[in-house]
Design a protein around this ligand. Structure first.
Ligand code: DX5
Ligand code: ZN
Length: 223
Protein backbone atom coordinates (compact mmCIF):
# COMPACT_ATOMS: atom_id res chain seq x y z
CA UNK A 1 0.00 0.00 0.00
CA UNK A 2 0.95 3.62 -0.41
CA UNK A 3 1.88 5.12 2.92
CA UNK A 4 -0.30 7.66 4.73
CA UNK A 5 0.72 11.04 6.13
CA UNK A 6 -0.93 12.29 9.32
CA UNK A 7 0.07 15.81 10.43
CA UNK A 8 -0.29 16.29 14.20
CA UNK A 9 -2.23 19.39 15.22
CA UNK A 10 -0.40 19.42 18.55
CA UNK A 11 1.99 21.77 16.72
CA UNK A 12 -0.78 23.88 15.13
CA UNK A 13 -1.66 27.45 16.11
CA UNK A 14 -4.38 27.00 18.74
CA UNK A 15 -5.31 30.68 18.53
CA UNK A 16 -6.25 30.14 14.91
CA UNK A 17 -6.88 26.46 14.50
CA UNK A 18 -9.41 27.05 11.71
CA UNK A 19 -6.69 28.39 9.40
CA UNK A 20 -4.47 25.38 10.04
CA UNK A 21 -7.34 22.96 9.39
CA UNK A 22 -8.08 24.72 6.10
CA UNK A 23 -4.39 24.37 5.20
CA UNK A 24 -4.57 20.61 5.95
CA UNK A 25 -7.77 20.34 3.89
CA UNK A 26 -5.94 21.80 0.89
CA UNK A 27 -2.95 19.52 1.42
CA UNK A 28 -2.34 15.87 0.50
CA UNK A 29 -2.52 14.84 4.18
CA UNK A 30 -4.45 11.58 4.55
CA UNK A 31 -5.46 11.90 8.20
CA UNK A 32 -5.32 14.54 10.91
CA UNK A 33 -3.49 13.24 13.99
CA UNK A 34 -5.08 14.42 17.24
CA UNK A 35 -3.01 14.11 20.44
CA UNK A 36 -5.02 13.97 23.66
CA UNK A 37 -3.00 14.25 26.91
CA UNK A 38 -4.31 14.10 30.46
CA UNK A 39 -1.40 15.33 32.61
CA UNK A 40 -1.23 11.88 34.25
CA UNK A 41 -0.17 9.35 31.66
CA UNK A 42 2.09 12.05 30.23
CA UNK A 43 3.34 15.20 31.96
CA UNK A 44 1.45 17.50 29.58
CA UNK A 45 -2.21 18.45 29.05
CA UNK A 46 -3.33 19.20 25.49
CA UNK A 47 -7.03 19.46 24.64
CA UNK A 48 -10.28 17.52 24.85
CA UNK A 49 -13.74 16.99 23.39
CA UNK A 50 -14.82 20.56 22.46
CA UNK A 51 -11.63 21.19 20.50
CA UNK A 52 -11.89 17.88 18.62
CA UNK A 53 -15.55 18.57 17.80
CA UNK A 54 -14.54 21.99 16.46
CA UNK A 55 -11.82 20.46 14.28
CA UNK A 56 -14.30 17.91 12.95
CA UNK A 57 -16.59 20.76 11.90
CA UNK A 58 -13.99 22.10 9.50
CA UNK A 59 -12.67 18.93 7.88
CA UNK A 60 -13.68 15.77 6.09
CA UNK A 61 -10.26 14.18 6.63
CA UNK A 62 -10.34 11.25 9.06
CA UNK A 63 -9.36 12.09 12.64
CA UNK A 64 -6.65 9.77 13.98
CA UNK A 65 -7.04 10.20 17.73
CA UNK A 66 -4.04 9.25 19.87
CA UNK A 67 -5.04 8.96 23.53
CA UNK A 68 -2.19 9.60 25.94
CA UNK A 69 -4.51 9.19 28.90
CA UNK A 70 -4.92 6.77 31.81
CA UNK A 71 -7.80 4.30 31.55
CA UNK A 72 -8.92 5.40 28.07
CA UNK A 73 -11.75 2.83 28.20
CA UNK A 74 -13.76 5.46 30.15
CA UNK A 75 -14.15 7.70 27.09
CA UNK A 76 -14.29 5.60 23.89
CA UNK A 77 -17.92 6.49 23.13
CA UNK A 78 -17.31 10.20 23.70
CA UNK A 79 -14.31 10.30 21.35
CA UNK A 80 -16.36 8.56 18.69
CA UNK A 81 -19.17 11.10 19.19
CA UNK A 82 -16.90 14.12 18.68
CA UNK A 83 -15.62 12.68 15.42
CA UNK A 84 -12.80 10.16 15.88
CA UNK A 85 -12.35 7.76 12.95
CA UNK A 86 -9.50 5.87 14.58
CA UNK A 87 -8.74 5.60 18.30
CA UNK A 88 -5.31 4.55 19.55
CA UNK A 89 -4.77 3.72 23.21
CA UNK A 90 -1.48 3.09 24.98
CA UNK A 91 -0.51 -0.46 25.91
CA UNK A 92 0.86 0.96 29.17
CA UNK A 93 -2.43 2.69 30.09
CA UNK A 94 -4.80 -0.28 29.76
CA UNK A 95 -5.27 -3.13 32.22
CA UNK A 96 -7.80 -4.89 29.99
CA UNK A 97 -6.42 -4.01 26.60
CA UNK A 98 -8.33 -6.72 24.74
CA UNK A 99 -11.66 -5.43 26.04
CA UNK A 100 -10.74 -1.82 25.22
CA UNK A 101 -9.76 -2.75 21.66
CA UNK A 102 -13.10 -4.54 21.19
CA UNK A 103 -15.01 -1.52 22.47
CA UNK A 104 -13.20 0.77 19.99
CA UNK A 105 -14.26 -1.56 17.18
CA UNK A 106 -17.81 -1.74 18.50
CA UNK A 107 -18.24 2.03 18.11
CA UNK A 108 -17.03 1.69 14.50
CA UNK A 109 -13.51 3.14 14.78
CA UNK A 110 -10.20 1.72 13.64
CA UNK A 111 -8.50 0.28 16.72
CA UNK A 112 -4.89 1.12 17.47
CA UNK A 113 -2.42 0.37 20.25
CA UNK A 114 0.56 2.62 20.95
CA UNK A 115 3.86 1.48 22.46
CA UNK A 116 6.15 3.76 24.45
CA UNK A 117 9.85 3.62 23.51
CA UNK A 118 10.64 1.15 26.31
CA UNK A 119 7.73 -1.22 25.59
CA UNK A 120 8.74 -4.27 23.53
CA UNK A 121 6.85 -5.13 20.35
CA UNK A 122 6.73 -8.78 21.50
CA UNK A 123 4.08 -7.83 24.09
CA UNK A 124 1.59 -7.50 21.23
CA UNK A 125 1.88 -11.15 20.28
CA UNK A 126 -1.51 -12.16 21.70
CA UNK A 127 -3.45 -9.17 20.40
CA UNK A 128 -1.90 -8.30 17.04
CA UNK A 129 -4.60 -10.07 15.05
CA UNK A 130 -7.28 -7.87 16.64
CA UNK A 131 -5.62 -4.58 15.75
CA UNK A 132 -6.01 -2.25 12.77
CA UNK A 133 -2.99 -0.19 13.73
CA UNK A 134 0.07 -0.16 15.97
CA UNK A 135 1.64 3.20 16.80
CA UNK A 136 5.32 3.05 17.69
CA UNK A 137 6.35 6.06 19.74
CA UNK A 138 9.70 7.28 18.48
CA UNK A 139 9.97 9.86 21.30
CA UNK A 140 8.68 9.76 24.86
CA UNK A 141 5.08 10.93 24.55
CA UNK A 142 4.01 14.31 25.89
CA UNK A 143 5.55 16.95 23.68
CA UNK A 144 6.11 17.83 20.05
CA UNK A 145 9.49 18.72 18.59
CA UNK A 146 11.62 16.08 20.36
CA UNK A 147 14.56 14.11 19.00
CA UNK A 148 13.83 10.83 17.19
CA UNK A 149 14.97 7.68 19.06
CA UNK A 150 17.06 5.46 16.73
CA UNK A 151 16.01 2.16 18.39
CA UNK A 152 12.67 2.70 16.65
CA UNK A 153 13.99 1.12 13.43
CA UNK A 154 14.62 -2.15 15.24
CA UNK A 155 11.07 -2.10 16.62
CA UNK A 156 9.57 -1.44 13.18
CA UNK A 157 11.48 -4.41 11.72
CA UNK A 158 10.21 -6.67 14.50
CA UNK A 159 6.64 -5.47 14.17
CA UNK A 160 6.70 -5.77 10.39
CA UNK A 161 7.86 -9.36 10.71
CA UNK A 162 5.08 -10.18 13.17
CA UNK A 163 2.52 -8.38 10.97
CA UNK A 164 3.53 -10.29 7.81
CA UNK A 165 2.94 -13.56 9.62
CA UNK A 166 -0.18 -12.69 11.57
CA UNK A 167 -1.88 -9.51 10.27
CA UNK A 168 -0.58 -8.38 6.87
CA UNK A 169 -3.01 -5.43 6.67
CA UNK A 170 -1.75 -3.93 9.93
CA UNK A 171 -1.02 -0.20 9.79
CA UNK A 172 2.36 0.64 11.35
CA UNK A 173 2.37 4.27 12.44
CA UNK A 174 5.44 6.15 13.62
CA UNK A 175 5.01 9.14 15.92
CA UNK A 176 7.69 11.54 17.15
CA UNK A 177 10.58 13.30 15.45
CA UNK A 178 9.48 12.22 11.97
CA UNK A 179 10.83 14.45 9.20
CA UNK A 180 11.81 14.55 5.54
CA UNK A 181 15.23 13.25 6.62
CA UNK A 182 14.19 9.97 8.25
CA UNK A 183 10.93 9.16 6.41
CA UNK A 184 12.49 7.07 3.64
CA UNK A 185 14.33 4.89 6.18
CA UNK A 186 11.14 4.52 8.24
CA UNK A 187 9.14 3.41 5.21
CA UNK A 188 11.86 1.00 4.15
CA UNK A 189 11.85 -0.52 7.64
CA UNK A 190 8.12 -1.23 7.29
CA UNK A 191 6.21 1.85 8.47
CA UNK A 192 3.13 2.83 6.50
CA UNK A 193 1.74 5.81 8.43
CA UNK A 194 3.91 8.84 9.22
CA UNK A 195 2.84 11.32 11.91
CA UNK A 196 4.54 14.71 11.70
CA UNK A 197 3.95 17.70 13.96
CA UNK A 198 6.90 20.01 14.12
CA UNK A 199 8.20 19.04 10.66
CA UNK A 200 4.95 20.24 9.09
CA UNK A 201 3.88 23.19 11.21
CA UNK A 202 7.29 24.84 11.58
CA UNK A 203 7.96 24.54 7.84
CA UNK A 204 7.97 27.66 5.64
CA UNK A 205 5.45 25.96 3.39
CA UNK A 206 3.54 23.23 5.31
CA UNK A 207 1.54 22.13 2.24
CA UNK A 208 4.78 21.54 0.35
CA UNK A 209 6.29 19.60 3.27
CA UNK A 210 3.22 17.37 3.48
CA UNK A 211 3.46 16.77 -0.29
CA UNK A 212 7.15 15.86 0.11
CA UNK A 213 6.39 13.43 2.94
CA UNK A 214 3.70 11.88 0.77
CA UNK A 215 5.93 11.64 -2.30
CA UNK A 216 8.74 9.68 -0.64
CA UNK A 217 8.72 6.17 -2.02
CA UNK A 218 10.60 3.21 -0.57
CA UNK A 219 10.46 1.59 -4.03
CA UNK A 220 12.31 4.34 -5.89
CA UNK A 221 16.04 3.72 -6.09
CA UNK A 222 17.73 6.96 -5.12
CA UNK A 223 20.92 7.72 -7.00
C1 DX5 B 1 3.94 13.33 21.13
C2 DX5 B 1 2.76 13.20 20.21
C3 DX5 B 1 3.10 13.42 18.79
C4 DX5 B 1 3.67 14.77 18.47
C5 DX5 B 1 4.69 14.58 17.38
O1 DX5 B 1 3.60 12.91 22.40
O2 DX5 B 1 2.16 11.93 20.29
O3 DX5 B 1 2.02 13.10 17.92
O4 DX5 B 1 2.70 15.69 18.06
O5 DX5 B 1 5.34 15.76 17.21
P1 DX5 B 1 6.71 15.89 16.39
O6 DX5 B 1 6.44 15.40 15.01
O7 DX5 B 1 6.97 17.35 16.46
O8 DX5 B 1 7.73 15.06 17.12
ZN1 ZN C 1 0.63 11.35 18.65
Amino acid sequence: MNHLVAPSILSANFANLEDDIHMLNKSTADWIHVDVMDGLFVPNISFGFPVIAAVKNFTKKPLDVHLMIEKPERYIKEFKEVGANGITVHYEACTHLHRTVQSIKEVGCKAGVALNPHTPVALLEDIIEDLDLVLIMSVNPGFGGQKFIEQTYHKIHQLKKMALERNPDLLIEIDGGVSIHNSLALLKAGANVLVAGNAVFSAQDPIHTIAELKKISPDIIHA
